[in-house]
Design a protein around this ligand. Structure first.
Ligand SMILES: NC(=O)c1ccc[n+]([C@@H]2O[C@H](COP(=O)([O-])OP(=O)(O)OC[C@H]3O[C@@H](n4cnc5c(N)ncnc54)[C@H](OP(=O)(O)O)[C@@H]3O)[C@@H](O)[C@H]2O)c1
Length: 389
């Protein structure tokens, strides 16, 4: 199957190497869209996307450029030209999934994106398979290696957030602009895509309440340690009486919870089904080899006509409602703690008083934190819940 790569960075070059290392699958990288000279692929490189989209011999386009544009324009043009598309771009997908899926359906081609959530972890494919025969009650877990590296390092080294982020950037685990990772936006996009596979409807990503780890302090982490708890950034979706609740927030886990044992850049994502019970997927959520492996799996599926992403699957989108999902929170704020919802005072930290709240609706706690942040307070909150609840 003649295939073009859009982008030749970490993932693109990894896909090329893997396709060449496994010629038995018949995936031939015949063109690569670049924007600078890359000597080893000069013979197949082009700076003109039209050369790819107008080439009838190219059946499949792999978009591994990242970002919203021009990736979106190129993917739409490829689908309209009846080429299958494989992408790892969760940002673009979370914003334009319905439109792209409709375009793929209309043109009778496939859109596959196993690498977009969990990197090399076989998460989306298995989530979709289990949703065909079981009812998924909840899903979620650690979906971002950068924030997990920061939280693990703070827990083990006692350093503050800014210093730990700087270390992560020096080691190449965090980008120069870390916003998407530390503010939970990357997890939000991955959660929205996971909802599609689990519930056959895409969650409106912009409506998912999202708290990141930007405001965590070393004193917060010391409080967690004293409580025997470990903080992890979690994306979670669960069925409630109000429909599906989806949210992204730091959460605290007991030492024997699987999430507490996932350190560094590791990921763990789980689903809980009515019949099958819980299953967890653990491993490297990013990096060249794992991500290229997931892209290659999609390419092999496409070439066999057997992509796990059925074009009949997603039917529209839904607005997640987190008003009926509820659990206690660790809450630390430089302002006054909210009256009426304190279950247990934890004492003073340099950045304000901390408490454990009584169980609170997720939507209410997120609204409270956003209002405090808007009022320039220093505030950090983390939920206390198990994924099986
Ligand atoms: N890296 C991972 O572990 C991982 C894991 C899961 C998903 N992903 C996703 O995979 C995608 C690619 O990530 P990556 O890590 O491979 O990024 P990367 O190393 O930055 O590579 C992106 C490549 O795309 C090229 N590019 C960008 N805009 C272009 C344009 N307009 N025309 C031609 N080439 C263009 C860049 O060219 P220059 O070299 O000239 O800048 C670069 O070579 C992203 O959507 C990312 O979210 C990555």
């Amino acid at each position: 199957m003649k295939t073009a790569l859009l982008g030749y960075g970490v993932v693109g070059s990894g896909v090329h190497a893997l396709a060449e290392a496994r010629p038995e699958h018949g995936i031939t990288i015949s063109r690569v869209l670049v924007r600078r000279d890359i000597a080893p692929i000069r013979a197949i490189a082009t700076r003109d996307f039209q050369e790819i989209v107008s080439d009838p011999s190219i059946e499949t386009v792999v978009e591994v450029m990242g970002g919203e544009e021009p990736a979106l324009t190129y993917v739409k043009a490829a689908l309209a030209a009846k080429k299958h598309v494989v992408t790892a771009n969760k940002l673009m997908l979370s914003l334009h999934y319905e439109e792209l899926l409709a375009l793929a359906r209309a043109n009778g081609v496939r859109l596959a994106f196993s690498a977009a959530v969990g990197g090399g972890i076989p998460w989306l494919a298995n989530l979709l398979r289990v949703s065909r025969v079981d009812r998924i009650a909840s899903l979620g877990g650690i979906m971002n290696g950068t924030t997990n590296f920061i939280l693990t390092a703070m827990q083990q080294g006692g350093a503050d957030f800014a210093e730990t982020l700087s270390t992560a950037q020096k080691l190449g685990y965090a980008e120069a602009d870390p916003t998407a990772d530390i503010d939970g936006l990357d997890v939000r996009a991955k959660l929205a895509l996971s909802c599609d596979a689990a519930f056959a409807q895409m969650a409106d990503a912009s409506a998912i309440p999202t708290l990141g780890i930007r405001y965590i302090t070393a004193a917060d982490v010391a409080q967690f340690h004293a409580l025997g708890l470990t903080c992890r950034l979690i994306g979670k979706a669960e069925r409630t009486e109000a429909g599906v609740a989806a949210y992204v927030e730091p959460m605290l886990f007991a030492a024997d919870a699987p999430e507490a044992g996932v350190n560094g850049t590791g990921n763990i994502i789980s689903y809980c089904c009515e019949g099958l019970g819980s299953q967890s997927f653990f491993g490297l959520g990013a990096g060249q080899a794992p991500t290229a492996s997931a892209v290659m799996q999609d390419l092999i599926d496409v070439s066999c006509g057997a992509t796990p992403f059925s074009l009949a699957h997603c039917e529209g989108s839904f607005v997640p409602d987190a008003s009926k999902a509820s659990h206690p929170y660790y809450l630390r704020t430089s302002g006054a703690l909210p009256e009426g919802c304190i279950d247990r005072m934890l004492g003073q930290t340099p950045a304000g008083a901390a408490c454990i709240t009584a169980p609170m609706p997720v939507s209410a706690l997120h609204a409270l934190v956003q209002a405090r942040l808007a009022a320039q307070e220093s505030v950090f909150a983390a939920g206390l819940a198990s994924l099986e609840s």
